[in-house]
Design a protein around this ligand. Structure first.
Ligand SMILES: *Cc1c(COP(=O)(O)O)cnc(C)c1O
Length: 457
């Protein structure tokens, strides 16, 4: 096929559609009319579109070689703004009485540039950090400048981790210990007495809400993390005995990452609210409800409940969360808590691109085509040969069906040992030649059948 025929079938638009760029890119990436991938970085002065090829050329002129991990900090800024603004709008629209505080989970991207940018862009929103280990707590303390931002400590905590968090309290950080086991509580009480600092305590709940998706083991009764109802009651009794019940201010749960269905999120929030109400009844002040991560990315662009997608927008997520908490607590006249989320992938997934050289290209083209069939070919190869010779605009679909049929027959014959490797190669080549001929004639069809649209061009 010559290039003008190819161009008639294929276009920059067709590429964008094939890769679903408009669906998954959230507007951050697109394809220019020249066929280059363009990154749209939202800036104060509007949306600046820059071709990735231009960036690659610039990098190469400066002597840098591929591969390069390109990070777009304006997109990170945009993601943090969208999350915080969407919660602010949902809170405003529903008359919710509490606030929103985000906490980026450091484990999702520990690169110091990324964490520093999150701290910088998040400053105006009091966006904090979630630390799952002592090392991550150190990162949080070294990076956060805003003392109103939260530091949420999840994960297993030894005495040193706890001491560090208590020192952070002395420095004025809002540093929460989220208890994952009962033994941590004893350490927290001991260390806080020794250092004479009151801790901020949270509890990770083990909810029975199960979610679909890749991380479903993080949810449900058998999940590895969090306290069960027995242990929860024991936390309250222990804290009351230690005169520290007023320190119990946060309730946390994490259903798993990449939750595709908004209904699971709502169900999780409603279940957590049941605990919230009971714990307030028991005398815990609470005031913070932390939903963990889970805000999903539509990687496949289907906007569905597939594992790699999600059936909701950030705005819908915020509205559903705010409304679910409000409805549950209003029944019991309980003040609305500060809503915390630890959204990781939703903050960073769009912000970096790996640029690399194409090392080789696989061609699906016939290599050698004989002018006539050799002697002694199997009937199926002869049929395929004949089909190739009669392909016309008028019979494209029928030819396509026949070509596929004979190709499969020829493969079966080879598997059964009835034709040789060389005849199989001949068959494959005739098949590819036939596909090319069909593809070349497609532009002459009034309406291209769906099945033929995606033919290798
Ligand atoms: C991994 C993790 C997150 C981040 O989840 P995302 O789905 O990426 O937002 C948040 N909180 C906890 C406790 C986690 O383990």
């Amino acid at each position: 096929m010559n290039t003008s025929e190819q161009a008639a079938v294929w276009s920059a638009r067709t590429s964008a559609e094939l890769y679903g760029i408009d669906e998954w890119s959230n507007g951050y990436f697109g394809i220019s009319p020249e066929g280059e991938v363009v990154v749209h970085a939202p800036t104060a002065g509007g949306d600046a579109g820059v071709s990735l090829m231009e960036i690659v050329d610039g990098l190469q002129q400066r002597g840098l070689q591929m591969p390069v991990l390109l990070r777009v900090e304006n997109i990170l800024d945009s993601r943090i703004s969208i999350l915080n603004d969407s919660f602010a709008q949902a809170i405003e629209a529903s008359g919710y009485q509490g606030h929103y505080r985000g906490a980026f989970p450091i484990k999702v991207n520990q690169q110091s540039h990324v964490i520093a940018e999150i701290a910088r862009f998040g400053e105006r929103y009091n966006h904090g950090l979630e630390a799952g280990s002592k090392a991550e707590l150190m990162i949080a303390l070294a990076t956060l400048t805003n003392r109103d931002s939260l530091i949420i400590c999840n994960g297993y905590k030894d005495a040193e981790f706890i001491s560090l968090g208590l020192q952070a309290r002395k420095l004025g950080f809002k540093c929460f210990f989220v208890l994952e086991t009962l033994s941590e509580l004893q350490s927290v009480i001991e260390r806080s007495r020794a250092l004479n600092v009151e801790p901020l305590i949270g509890v990770r709940l083990k909810l029975s809400t199960k979610v679909e998706g890749h991380w479903s083991e993080d949810s449900g009764d058998r999940s590895l993390f969090g306290l069960n109802t027995n242990e929860l009651v024991s936390v309250i009794d222990t804290l009351r005995d230690a005169n520290l019940l007023h320190c119990f201010q946060l309730l946390h749960f994490h259903l798993g990452s990449q939750i595709p269905n908004i209904r699971s999120i709502r169900a999780g929030v409603l279940e957590a609210c049941r605990y919230y109400i009971e714990l307030v009844g028991e005398g815990a002040p609470l005031g913070y409800l932390d939903l963990g991560g889970g805000l999903a990315i539509d990687y496949d662009g289907t906007c569905s409940t597939n594992g790699h997608s999600r059936n909701y927008s950030v705005q819908e997520y915020c509205i559903d969360v705010v409304e679910a908490i409000q409805e549950s607590l209003d029944h019991h006249h309980i003040p609305h808590p500060t809503i915390v989320t630890e959204s990781g992938r939703a903050t960073v997934a769009h912000t970096s691109v790996l640029l690399f050289n194409i090392l080789d290209v696989t061609h699906f083209e016939p290599t050698v085509m004989p002018t006539s069939l050799p002697e002694g070919c199997h009937e199926m190869i002869a049929n395929l040969w004949h089909t190739l010779s009669v392909i016309r605009v008028a019979n494209l679909q029928e030819s396509y069906n026949d070509v596929i049929y004979y190709r499969d027959k020829i493969r079966d014959l080879f598997h059964a040992g009835d034709i040789s490797l060389r005849h199989r190669v001949l068959g494959e080549n005739i098949y590819l030649a036939a596909l090319q001929k069909i593809a070349a004639l497609l532009p002459h069809m009034k309406r291209i059948p769906a099945e033929l649209e995606s033919l290798p061009q």
